[in-house]
Every structure is written in C-alpha cells, then in structure tokens.
Design a protein around this ligand. Structure first.
Ligand SMILES: O=c1ccn([C@@H]2O[C@H](COP(=O)(O)O)[C@@H](O)[C@H]2O)c(=O)[nH]1
Length: 231
C-alpha cells in the first residue's frame, strides 16, 4: 500500500520536475502536478511521471460553469490521473454535473472539492465577503461536496477534527499546509505538522517545498514517513 504522502511538484518546467522525481521512490509517495508545472509543460508531464511509476494528482482546481468544469475533469480522467479537483465554491450544481460526467469516464479518478485555501486566514476570508470562520466555511463547503457525491475535500489540517466528526468515515481528507516542526511556513496560514495531521484524520498529506527544497528530497520523504509511522 502506498503512503499518504503526495509531493507537490511546483516547478517552472518539466526538466526540474523530472530531476526531482528521479530522486524519489515511487513506492513511497505520489506526486502532484499543479497549475505552474502543467501550464509550462502540458499533459506530457503527466505521462512522463506515470512512466516513472508515479500516481498523479492533477491539482488544477477547476472553477467554472458546470459544463466547462465537467469537460475539463473528463479530459483529466483521459490522462489517467489518480486524483483531480474542483473548487467547491463553484456551487452544488457544478459539483453534481462534474460527478455525473466523470461516471462516463473509462478511468474514474478520485474527485475532490477544494474548500478554503490553506493560505487564507480569517482576515483574507472576510475580505472575500465570507464573514464566518475558515472552519465554518470549510464545513459548509465540505457538506456540499459530500452531498454532490464527490470523494472528499482539500482542507487545512486545522479543520480535520471537525470534518471527521461531521462527515462519513470514507470521505477523503486531503491536507496541504503541512510543515515539519521548525520548517518555514512560507505563504501557508492554517498549518500543522505531518504527525498532527495524521492524528486528526487526514488521508493524504500534500507537501511541496519542505521536500522539493530539501538538500536530500528522498531523505525528507523518509523522515516525514517515519514521523507519521509509515515506512
Ligand atoms: O488549499 C490549498 C490547496 C492546494 N495547495 C497546494 O498544495 C501545495 C502545498 O505546497 P507547499 O510547498 O507544501 O506549501 C501547493 O502546490 C499548493 O498549490 C495548498 O497549498 N493549499
């Protein structure tokens, strides 16, 4: 069984991403292709990573009208990715249309809704017109996602206990905003250590810079896996 670790490959082009992944063990982690790498490299990077044995989370956070979002997810499914995501704030109709469309796919990736970005604190959220706490907004969006039949959500580790208390056991919780003790927080606001996130019920930890900027990325992976008790 693969570990819960997903390494975020936030690179400006395919060469740097492939140099990094060649240092990693595909049996110890999955990888995430986000907007920067995908925009610079195109779908070929997904195929290249798959050929190296990695399962790919395509983190393009689609957010558009229902038809456009559903067709984009279907195109992602055709790439054979393991997981794909959409912004939950696209609303219940968009979420339902995407879920229904993906049922037509030959290969059906896990479909995940993004709640409140882990870079946002209460002040940032208020500035967008949402007066509730990040946790309340995450719970509200997570319930929409679950009612629409998606597989889970992206949320910060700080909402995990509340999500676990209110959502079914098999609902997947994917958490960025993970920082080993003493690591730089960068632009993340709602964070925790890997061990705390797992203790609070995360299924998957998305970790980028603490691994990709480490002198020895595979060693950083091993150290996180040891911290969470996965070898
Ligand atoms: O709420 C969110 C949703 C996605 N992300 C993505 O996760 C990684 C985190 O990278 P770090 O270097 O570990 O901060 C990054 O690719 C984001 O696009 C997120 O951080 N928060």
């Amino acid at each position: 069984m693969l570990s819960p670790l997903i390494v975020a490959l936030d690179f400006s082009g395919p060469e740097d991403a492939l140099v990094l992944v060649r240092k990693l063990d595909a049996t110890k982690c999955r990888v995430k292709v986000g907007k920067e790498l995908f925009t610079a490299s195109g779908p070929g990077i997904v195929e290249a990573l798959q050929k190296l044995g990695f399962e790919v989370f395509l983190d393009l956070k689609f957010h558009d009208i229902p038809n456009t979002t559903a067709q984009a997810c279907l195109a992602a499914a055709r790439l054979g990715v393991w997981m794909v995501n959409v912004h939950a704030s696209g609303g219940p109709l968009m979420l339902e249309v995407v879920r229904a469309k993906l049922e037509q796919a030959q290969h059906r990736p896990l479909l995940i809704g993004v709640t409140v970005l882990t870079s946002m604190d209460r002040e940032q959220l208020t500035a967008t017109g949402v007066m509730d706490s990040p946790q309340m907004q995450v719970l509200r969006l997570a319930k929409l996602v679950q009612q629409a039949g998606l597989d889970g959500v992206v949320a910060s580790p700080q909402e995990l206990l509340a999500l676990r208390a209110e959502l079914p056991k098999d609902f997947k919780l994917v958490t960025p905003g993970i920082r080993p003790a003493g690591a730089a927080t960068d632009d993340q606001q709602r964070i925790s250590t890997p061990a705390d996130a797992i203790r609070r019920g995360a299924n998957y930890l998305v970790i980028g810079r603490p691994i990709t900027r480490a002198a020895d990325p595979q060693r950083a992976v091993e150290s996180i896996l040891a911290e969470i008790g996965t070898t």
